[in-house]
Ligand binder design. Structure first.
Ligand SMILES: NC(=O)N[C@@H](CC(=O)O)C(=O)O
Ligand SMILES: [Zn+2]
Ligand SMILES: [Zn+2]
Length: 441
């Protein structure tokens, strides 16, 4: 391992200013033009590259413990580093479920041992994600993992009283409930967005109101309790409207959209290719447009990948039998550039906000830092915005390959990722395993 000194020469900061960024001992020593480098410094030619604060994913499925054939903490954080992420929040739907201090501490320790990114476990809201009893929220919050985000993701916390109690509980330590908003009764056996196309294809529909009605209920509960609420993967125009309304009322609600809901529509399902099967489902073009506008006007605070690895056999089967989910860590930045930057809806300062500073703030990732100020922890992602290529499977570094983007032309390419000063990705090449652990803190 070596946390040697790096000089990122001529990088463009999110503000548009050009800087030479000196990274030493895990920190940013200077980000001014004309910074001189001490002897032994590795100089990175960053001319034409955009320097972003290290990307933070508030919604990643790492699958360990229990589903290691799909992903492990090591393989998932390698995918994260390749995608420019320096921190990921690991969802709780593992086996066993992350509903105790023991499991969240285990996941965090696996992240430390792997060394590719900071891993912050998310705790389950209810025992076993069963939606019946609250899990040991306090013990997880007070554990070494210091959990601040709680979610039954994959399942909706449907019981209103449990949701109220969960909000009351996390309020006591400034935590947040991240809701997978999906009325289970309105979506029984649902397979795709409900509408003309689901009738045409003969697949059971998933109505927009199943998502919107839960969001409406939960923003009112959050207002009543005075607690923080986060809505996972918004997928409909109506959901954006409800969140916009709630924010105007002053409700402490934050919202996320995934890259795939910002680029893809249900039309892809005409192929019956289960790579396009995801929860919530791909929606209509009007929904994609509304989500993009929601990101542009700040109604949607963050973009999170919902990286959901599944083994080949769970995807290469009939639509009805296939698993829901897509991998997303390596494609996130290119999709965001393609859908939002190239279309003029977001500038790079906006990208830094939705993919780094805002998710870090929502998850209370206090030690991560996302500024280019002297002395800040050196979590930095260097992007080549001029790159454009057909997305190929060799860009994936996790254990599963269920991406919807194979063969799709996307712009932007992550070249370097620095995690606390340690280069986990070097000009597009991942640092060797085993090298990383000591390099990180
Ligand atoms: N998004 C998905 O389609 N699947 C997720 C669960 C979830 O995020 O709801 C998974 O764990 O596979
Ligand atoms: Zn979900
Ligand atoms: Zn998820």
């Amino acid at each position: 391992m070596t946390s040697s000194t790096h000089l990122l020469k001529g990088a463009t900061l999110p503000s548009g200013a050009v800087a030479d960024i000196l990274v030493q001992d895990g920190r940013i020593m200077s980000a001014a033009l004309g910074t001189s480098a001490p002897a032994g410094t590795t100089v990175v030619d960053a001319e034409g590259l955009v320097a972003l604060p290290g990307l933070v994913d508030l919604h990643t499925h790492l699958r360990e413990p229990g589903f290691e054939q799909s992903e492990t903490v090591l393989t998932g954080t390698r995918a994260a580093a390749a995608g420019g992420f320096t921190a990921v929040f690991a969802m709780a739907n593992t086996q066993p479920v992350a509903d105790t201090a023991g499991v969240v501490e285990q996941v965090q320790a696996l992240g430390r041992a792997a060394g590719y990114a900071t891993v912050r476990p998310i705790g389950a809201v209810t025992v076993g994600l069963a939606g019946e009893r609250l899990s040991e929220i306090g013990a997880m919050a007070q554990s070494r993992a210091g959990v601040r985000v709680f979610s039954d993701d994959g399942k909706c916390v449907h019981d209103s009283l449990l949701m109220r109690r969960a909000l009351e509980y996390v309020k006591t330590f400034d935590g947040v409930i991240a809701q997978h908003a999906q009325d289970p009764r309105l979506t029984e056996n649902a397979q795709m967005n409900e509408g003309a196309l689901s009738s045409e294809l003969g697949l059971k529909g998933w109505p927009a109101v199943a998502e919107e009605s839960i969001i409406a209920r939960d923003v009112l509960l959050a207002e009543h309790v005075g607690a923080r609420l986060h809505i996972c993967h918004l997928s409909t125009a109506g959901s954006v409207d409800v969140v916009r309304w709630a924010k105007a009322r002053g409700v402490q609600v934050t919202a996320e959209a995934t890259p795939h809901h910002l680029l893809l529509t249900e039309e892809l399902i005409r192929s019956y290719d289960a790579r396009y099967k995801v929860n919530p489902p791909l929606r209509r073009d009007e929904d994609v447009q509304a989500l993009r506008e929601g990101v542009a006007d700040g109604t949607i605070d963050i973009i999170a990948t919902d990286h959901a690895p599944h083994p080949r056999e769970s995807k290469e089967c009939e639509w009805d039998a296939a698993a829901f989910g897509m991998v997303g860590l390596e494609s996130a930045l290119p999709v965001v550039q393609t859908a939002l930057v190239d279309t003029g809806l977001l500038d790079w300062a906006g990208v830094a906000r939705v993919l780094s500073t805002a998710p870090a703030r929502i998850g209370r990732l206090d030690d991560h830092s996302h500024s280019f100020e002297d002395g800040a922890p050196a979590n930095i992602t260097l992007v080549d915005p001029a790159a454009s290529s057909s997305f190929a499977l060799d860009r994936l570094h996790g254990r599963s390959t269920n991406t919807p983007y194979e063969g799709v032309t996307l712009s932007g390419s992550v070249r370097w990722t620095f995690h606390h000063g340690y280069p986990t990705l070097r000009d597009g090449v991942l640092a060797p395993a085993g090298d990383t652990a000591e390099g990180m803190r």
